[in-house]
Design a protein around this ligand. Structure first.
Ligand code: PSU
Ligand code: MN
Length: 306
């Protein structure tokens, strides 16, 4: 079998317990060991605490897992040389018996296949700075346009061109909702300096929006992006991040980093430059997103009368 749901995920679906999908590139490529494992376990616990069931998605030895057992999560967090699997790579990894973390795009595909509507991550991929020359635009954006899953993130990573990322999302018809504020957040910072197109203030409001979108499902509408600002106590203000990011981006270019390596390389370099502070913020924002995603999944279940 190429696809495997964990027993816990199967039981949750049989009993109507709301589910929240989690990605795994953040485990394999987004953070160093053992912080990655710690983060993965804490985030799963956060979701359970809010009355939902986590389903971490990853490919292990060619099997697409929806829901990981503890030993599997631990092994994945320790794996050196795991692949980074986006839409284009998912079936290839399954055919070739590979092990890898799924990006936002591939996790959305797997979540939709498994009947999971809500997914929490850190920050989505987007339009890279200099994309007018490199054409480097994350497959996450196209996936959001096409696959009906609600993705809770802390905005686009500030290593990107956030304004162009919002433009592409608008062109592709993806609703972008800032949670509890007007500003579109920028991952480590609460405010990117740009206003989000839409704003909602509670999980119930988001669930109601999702239900209204379901009424238009015939038009094959895709995903919904919820941008949840990092808690104020954990943020690194945009002004401070700007110099760090600018330095990392220049260094990446000088080192000739391209393609899939760009995002992991920049995250790792920013961690070094900030002396680990960016990692603390990254963990805090993922936890914050997991809690909101769980609240949304619970609100959706109430809305649909479970
Ligand atoms: N959020 C994080 N850390 C990460 C990522 C998101 O806090 O490492 C990953 C996600 O899996 C996202 C990917 O899909 O970075 C984007 O990569 P790219 O720009 O190559 O599409
Ligand atoms: Mn890319």
């Amino acid at each position: 079998m190429h696809i495997n749901k964990s027993d816990e995920v199967k039981a949750a679906q049989a009993e109507g317990v709301p589910l929240v999908a989690l990605e795994s590139t953040i485990i394999t490529h987004g953070m160093p060991y053992p912080d990655n494992l710690d983060m993965a376990q804490t985030v799963e616990a956060d979701i359970r605490e809010r009355g939902a069931m986590p389903a971490t998605i990853a490919v292990i030895d060619g099997v697409l897992h929806v829901g990981l057992a503890e030993e599997q999560a631990e092994a994945l967090a320790r794996t050196k040389g795991a692949a980074k699997l986006s839409r284009a790579d998912l079936a290839f990894a399954m055919a070739r018996g590979m092990t890898g973390g799924t990006t936002v795009a591939a996790t959305m595909m797997a979540a939709h296949l498994a009947g999971i509507r809500v997914f929490a991550t850190g920050g989505i991929g987007g339009v890279h700075r200099g994309a007018e020359a490199s054409f480097d635009i994350s497959a996450d954006l196209d996936e959001l346009a096409r696959t009906p899953v609600t993705v809770v993130c802390a905005g686009a990573k500030a290593i990107l061109d956030v304004a162009k990322t919002l433009e592409v999302l608008e062109t592709r018809g993806v609703p972008v909702v800032a949670f509890g504020q007007r500003a579109f957040p920028a991952f480590w910072s609460r405010d990117s300096g740009l206003t989000a197109p839409l704003r909602l203030d509670s999980a119930d409001e988001i669930a109601a929006f999702m239900a209204a979108r379901d009424a238009l499902a015939e038009f094959a509408h895709g995903g919904l992006l919820v941008a949840n600002p990092v808690p104020a106590d954990d943020e690194i203000p945009a002004g401070e991040m700007a110099t760090v990011i600018a330095q990392a981006v220049v260094e990446a270019e000088a080192a000739g980093v391209v393609g899939k390596q760009v995002t992991p390389w920049l995250l790792a370099r920013i961690l070094e430059i900030t002396g680990g502070r960016s990692l603390e913020t990254n963990i805090a924002l993922v936890r914050n997103n997991a809690r909101l995603a769980a609240d949304i999944a619970v609100a959706c279940a109430a809305e649909s009368g479970f």
